[in-house]
Design a protein around this ligand. Sequence first.
Ligand SMILES: Cc1cc2nc3c(=O)[nH]c(=O)nc-3n(C[C@H](O)[C@H](O)[C@H](O)COP(=O)(O)O)c2cc1C
Length: 360
Amino acid sequence: MFQISEMTAKRGAGLAPMAGVTDAAMRLLCREQGTAWAVSEMLSAKGWVFSGGRNRNAVDLLKRLDGEGPAGLQLFGSEPAYMAEAARQLEDVGFDFIDINFGCPAPKITGNGEGSAMLRNPEGVAAVVRATVDATRLPVTVKIRSGWDDESVNAPEIARICQDSGARAVAVHARTRMQQYSGTADWRVIERVKRAVDIPVLGNGDVRSGADALRMLEETGCDGVIVGRAAQGNPWIFREIAAALRGETAAPPTPVERAEMALRHFELEVRLFGEKRGVLEMRKHIAWYVHGMKGASRFRDRINLLGSAEEVRDALMAFAASQECGFSAPETWPEKPNQTEKTQSKRMQAQGSEKRQEEA
Ligand SMILES: Cc1cc2nc3c(=O)[nH]c(=O)nc-3n(C[C@H](O)[C@H](O)[C@H](O)COP(=O)(O)O)c2cc1C
């Protein structure tokens, strides 16, 4: 059973929640490289309750794999009753804690008063956290941003409210909502939050290496860090951070290891979601894995045209072999897709997005 205190005692790093990224496959691969815990993609509490548990995307989001280690299920919402009901209904689906999202900056979320819009609604924060905590035996954690904008940096106040309402840890993405993902994270806010509360504080924003993680821990006094974008196509970031915490340096993955990890990731996605969705989901991951490698851009173009698992598998294996031999890419790949392929690919992409819209 996951204990917040155990997690922080390790002073380790966790995988930050990322919609469209931190599914069970991603969490497992990061766990194997040393993440201490992970958080799922965000799920709308209200959407879940209204769908009666029948929304296919939501059901996929709840899938877990053996060996993933501790993982939190992230819920978002502004209405205490729906948050409580979702937490109650989802208590036994296999997650170790519930994480509440008070940080999402997307207009379609904030427009409903959810995500980071809650930073402007301290009473709502208290009510949502309290209702969720009371509804489940699982520990409840919260993820916030620095504040709504530069004029209203209130993370310390919001964190204290979360603590007083029963939250067991608070993660702070040190950017305001208005910053979205631009500029640099102001880690001084994490330090202020740490001084304001007694529960564990997890720092977040711009940790891209083991050295960054160490620096964030030292500069802010936070109890752990969570890593988002630097883990995309790079589960080894957790190996690097673990080594840095031991005062060591981890060897970076070789190009062959990266191509092989992409292949493994692909097999897990297909196992979880089936061939069609697995192929579509993997396009972005593959682009991240091969970024900067020899022949990467041509390979990416090629992958985006492939529709079957067998084709993707073959292409990944050929790419891995090409890295091993030092070829830039198999010569049989066209420089540019021909028209038929382009049309087929566009149709497939459109079908994919239509399907997801239907399901949403
Ligand atoms: C593609 C993407 C999806 C994200 N989805 C979520 C989400 O579902 N819930 C959440 O709390 N934060 C989400 N975030 C924010 C990250 O958890 C993290 O706070 C942010 O990326 C800053 O950390 P980083 O600099 O390590 O990437 C997302 C970020 C990205 C890039």
